[in-house]
Design a protein around this ligand. Structure first.
Ligand SMILES: [Zn+2]
Ligand SMILES: [Zn+2]
Length: 407
């Protein structure tokens, strides 16, 4: 049976060794020239096996890496020290190697016709990673590590990138007048100015800030973001089962969250309630934001002149099950492209009416502008309740009652 070293020797036989010249190469750099041949060996072991095949070399420091590969223990020490303050379960090592070393190495591969070489960067990452694994008792993760240590070999510096954590759940917004996400002041971009009363933001708080605050306190993160399955207007409440969301906490020092304590703290705010909290993966954000769930609303409508019940009911019925063309509303035209899109309202129920006002329960496709469906937005939404009734209408209150997502 062939040993791994036989594979290395076989890869080596095909190479143009006479072109190597007498300049010294360390065992690791020599072995790396056939680094992808022979399983389970270190490059230094490969290198020692190849010594007998290659031309004699002068003594001295390695001309290729300049002794870099003898320093992996030192790099592992530096990385371990840099990672120490952070809580993490999985990690990954990356490195930034002097580009001249990589260039020398690639030129050598071409010269010798190496068919199975490994790059110096890859060896460094692996060797430093192995040492950290042993020392820290943590697992490497090549796709979604909690933390990444990047070793800059030329300066003996280790940079740490801490990946965010994500908490998923549903929120109810119990009050009107707060936005879903923090709304920074456009004039000062958060610094604080006269326009925003020195707060740097347009609203005292937001669903995002209320939900993130206890998680930030627990984890020591540096920032947060809230990703929602759509968003309600600032002046609309979000009731019923609540809206699915994911809160992202940036650069957390601690990654374990007491979710029950978070729910208790949020629910005490009187502004927002959360339920069903769980830790989530970053990949869930895209799917959450793409969900096109139907929504059910409660709309309290006021009529400019009295509307009798029969007329209201038939007017409402005429809006159901047909495409409603909605040009981007005036109120959002400053931040959204001006276009016309069609949405379908699947149900409108008249819950109560007294001639002057009516309470409606409206179920519509995701993205339907409900206020505009009622008042018509100066003809930009067609048809509308105002148009059908021939009476100006105004939405006095709007609440989201249900989001019919699959969750
Ligand atoms: Zn070397
Ligand atoms: Zn400002």
């Amino acid at each position: 049976m062939a040993s791994p070293l036989d594979d290395v020797r076989k890869a080596a036989e095909e190479m143009a060794w006479p072109k190597l010249g007498p300049s010294p190469l360390c065992d690791a750099c020599l072995g790396r020239l056939a680094g992808k041949a022979g399983h389970g060996l270190t490059n230094a072991e490969r290198g020692r096996a190849l010594r007998s095949l290659v031309p004699a070399m002068e003594a001295g420091p390695c001309w290729l890496c300049g002794g870099l590969l003898a320093e992996v223990d030192k790099f592992a020490d530096l990385a371990a020290a840099k990672l120490a303050p952070w809580d993490f379960r999985t990690f990954l090592v990356g490195s930034k190697v002097d580009p001249e070393i990589a260039a020398r190495e690639e030129a050598l591969w071409a010269e010798l016709g190496a068919t199975a070489p490994e790059a110096v960067k890859s060896e460094l990452n692996r060797e430093i990673g192995k040492r950290l694994c042993d020392r820290l008792g943590k697992e490497p993760d090549f796709s979604r590590p909690d933390i990444v240590a990047i070793v800059e070999t030329a300066f003996d510096v280790v940079e740490v990138q801490v990946n965010p954590i994500f908490v998923r759940g549903r929120y109810r917004k119990l009050v009107r007048g707060i936005p879903q996400t923090r709304w920074p002041c456009k004039r000062c971009r958060g610094k604080g100015c006269e326009h925003c009363g020195g707060k740097g933001k347009m609203y005292e708080t937001s669903v995002e800030e209320v939900v993130a605050a206890p998680i930030m306190a627990q984890t020591g993160g540096t920032g947060h973001a809230l990703h929602g399955m759509g968003r309600e207007d600032v002046d609309a409440r979000m009731l019923g089962r609540g809206r699915p969301f994911i809160v992202e906490i940036k650069e957390p020092i601690r990654r374990t969250v007491d979710l029950e304590a978070v729910a208790v703290a949020v629910n005490r705010s009187g502004l927002v309630e959360v339920e069903g909290l769980r830790m989530a993966g970053g990949e869930e954000v895209v799917a959450l934001k793409e969900d096109r769930a139907r929504k059910t609303y409660r709309a309290l409508v006021r009529f400019a002149t009295p509307v009798e019940d029969g007329k209201l009911k038939s007017g409402v019925a005429s809006l159901v099950g047909r495409p409603i063309a909605q040009r981007t509303p005036v109120r959002v035209s400053h931040r959204r492209a001006d276009r016309t899109r069609e949405r379908v309202v699947t149900e409108i129920e008249v819950v109560s009416s007294d001639g002057a006002t009516a309470e409606l329960r409206v179920t519509a496709e995701a993205g339907t502008y409900i206020k505009e469906l009622v008042h018509g937005d100066g003809g930009r939404t067609k048809p509308s309740l105002a148009e059908t009734l021939g009476v100006a209408c105004e939405v006095v209150e709007l609440d989201v009652l249900d989001i019919q997502d699959s969750g």
